[in-house]
Design a protein around this ligand. Structure first.
Ligand code: ADP
Ligand code: ASP
Ligand code: MG
Length: 415
C-alpha cells in the first residue's frame, strides 16, 4: 500500500491512513506500506537545498554535472518523518508496526543523485518481519548507493518505491492510494467531465504518465509492466470498508473494450527552441543533439524544415522548461562551429496528447485532433506521434481549452 503526500498531509490524515492499513491487516493480509513526505514538504526541502548551495554538484571529479549528493540528503528527509508518524499511529491503535529506513533494508540504487534507479531490494529481513505479523512502514522516494549514500528517485518517486517493494516481496497487488479515486480520462482538476477508468493498460498508463499525467511516476509504470506487478490506484479519503474501486493498471488482454482514445494528457513543463539557418549537411543533427545529450538535456519533439536560404535549414526542438536556457547556451557556445544563424526560445508552450491502444487499428485519429483544435482557433506548433499517441505543441494559454475540446471530440465526456 502506498500513500501520497496529500494523504499523509497532517496527523489527522495519517490516522485515517492508519485505519485503512489496519483494516487490511485485520482482514488477515500481510502488508508493507510505502509513504511519501507530507504535502508540500519536498517542495520546501528542495527550496532550502537550492538556497543553501544550489543543486548541481561541483564536487571534484563530478565536473559540475549531475546533482550533488547532499541535495538528496536534504530532500529525502521528509519521508523519514511520515514513516515514524504512521508507525506511531498504528501502534496506538494496537497494531504491531515499525518503520524501516532504506539503509536498514537496504534498498540499493545507482548513484545518479536526484534521479536514481533502484537496483536491488534485500527483502529477507523485511519479509521475515512482515511474515511475523508486523506492518512494515517504508519511506518512498529514496534508496542508498553501494557506498551507503542517500539517493532519491526523482519527483513522484514514491510510486516507484512502492512498485519495487511489491515486486521484491512478490505481493499480490500494489495499491496506490492518492487524492483522486483512480486514473481518469484526463486530469480531473482540468476537466470536470473527466471519467474514472475501470482499467487501463500498462502501455497506455506509461504514455499518460510520461506525457504529463502525474498520478503515477513514469518509472513506476515501467517497472510494474516489466515485473508484472498488478497496480491499483484508489482514494485515500474513503473510510475502510466503504466502496473504493479505483482503477486497475493491467495487461491489454484484460481489457475487453479497447477505446481508440482512452485519455488526454498535458504538460506545461515545455519549452521550444528554434535554430534558424542551420547549415544543411550530414552530421549537423548528430552534432547538435550530441552536445545537448552531453549537457544532460532531454530533447523531446524535433521538427526540421527547409529554410528560405539555400543550403540552410531550420530545426525546432522541445525540452523541459527549466533546461531551455542551458540548451540555448549549449548551442550558442558552439554556434559558429555548427553553423547556426539565430537561436530563439519560447517558454510559454504546452504539450497536449491523446493516448489509446485502439489507435493502432484506427484511421482518422489525427484528423479528429487537428479539427477539434482548429475549431477552437488553436495553432499547432509541432507534432509528434507514436503507435498509441499523438502529441501537439501549442501556446500554453490554450492548454485547458485544448484538453477539454479533445476530451469532448473523442467522446470521453461523462454524461
Ligand atoms: P500523490 O501525492 O498521492 O502521489 P499526485 O499529486 O502525485 O498524488 O498525483 C495525483 C494527482 O494527479 C491528482 O490530484 C490529479 O490532479 C493528477 N492527475 C493528472 N492526470 C490525472 C489522471 N489522468 N487521472 C487522475 N489524476 C490525474
Ligand atoms: N515526496 C516526493 C515528491 O514530492 C516523492 C513522492 O511524493 O512521490 O516528489
Ligand atoms: Mg505522486
Amino acid at each position: 500500500m502506498k500513500f501520497g503526500g496529500t494523504s499523509v498531509g497532517d496527523v489527522e490524515r495519517i490516522r485515517r491512513v492508519a485505519r485503512i492499513v489496519a483494516h487490511e491487516h485485520r482482514e488477515g493480509r500481510a502488508v508493507a506500506v510505502v509513504v511519501s513526505a507530507m504535502a508540500g514538504e519536498t517542495d520546501r526541502l528542495v527550496k532550502l537545498a537550492r538556497e543553501a548551495g544550489g543543486e548541481h554538484s561541483n564536487r571534484p571529479g563530478v565536473g559540475g554535472k549531475g546533482f550533488d549528493d547532499e541535495y538528496d540528503v536534504v530532500v529525502a528527509s521528509g519521508e523519514q518523518v511520515t514513516t515514524g508518524l504512521l508507525a506511531l499511529a498504528l501502534r496506538q491503535m494496537g497494531h504491531p508496526a515499525r518503520s524501516w529506513q532504506n539503509w536498514q533494508i537496504p534498498i540499493r540504487s545507482d548513484d545518479a543523485h536526484a534521479k536514481a534507479r533502484i537496483d536491488t531490494i534485500d527483502e529477507a529481513k523485511l519479509g521475515a518481519a512482515i511474515d511475523s505479523g508486523e506492518i512494515a512502514v517504508i519511506p518512498g522516494f529514496q534508496a542508498i548507493t553501494g557506498e551507503a549514500r542517500i539517493t532519491t528517485l526523482g519527483r513522484g518517486g514514491s510510486d516507484t518505491s512502492a512498485v519495487a517493494v511489491a515486486a521484491a516481496l512478490g505481493a499480490e497487488r500494489c495499491d496506490i492510494y492518492t487524492d483522486v479515486d483512480g486514473v481518469y480520462t484526463t486530469d480531473p482538476r482540468m476537466a470536470h467531465k473527466a471519467r474514472r477508468l475501470e482499467k487501463i493498460a500498462y502501455e497506455e498508463m506509461l504514455e499518460m504518465a510520461s506525457l504529463g499525467a502525474k498520478v503515477l511516476q513514469t518509472r513506476s509504470v515501467e517497472l510494474a509492466m516489466a515485473q508484472r506487478v498488478k497496480v491499483r490506484v484508489l482514494s485515500s479519503f474513503v473510510e475502510p470498508g466503504q466502496p473504493n474501486k479505483g482503477t486497475i493498471v493491467c495487461d491489454e488482454e484484460e481489457i475487453v473494450e479497447k477505446q481508440v482514445v482512452s485519455g488526454v494528457a498535458y504538460s506545461r513543463d515545455e519549452a521550444k527552441v528554434t535554430l534558424l539557418g542551420v547549415e544543411d549537411h550530414p552530421g549537423v543533427a548528430a552534432d547538435i543533439f550530441g552536445r545537448l545529450a552531453d549537457a544532460h538535456i532531454n530533447v523531446d519533439m524535433i521538427v526540421q524544415s527547409e529554410s528560405r536560404h539555400k543550403g540552410r535549414q531550420n530545426i525546432v526542438f522541445t525540452c523541459p522548461d527549466r533546461d531551455a536556457p542551458r540548451a540555448a547556451e549549449t548551442i550558442e557556445a558552439a554556434r559558429a562551429k555548427i553553423g547556426v544563424e539565430d537561436i530563439h526560445i519560447r517558454r510559454d508552450v504546452a504539450k497536449v496528447s491523446v493516448i489509446g491502444i485502439g489507435m493502432r487499428s484506427q484511421v482518422g485519429v489525427a484528423r479528429t485532433m487537428f479539427a477539434a483544435l482548429a475549431q477552437k482557433g488553436i495553432n499547432i506548433e509541432a507534432i509528434a506521434t507514436s503507435e498509441i499517441k499523438i502529441s501537439v505543441l501549442i501556446d500554453a494559454q490554450y492548454t485547458e481549452l485544448a484538453v477539454r475540446a479533445l476530451h469532448t471530440a473523442y467522446g470521453l465526456d461523462a454524461v
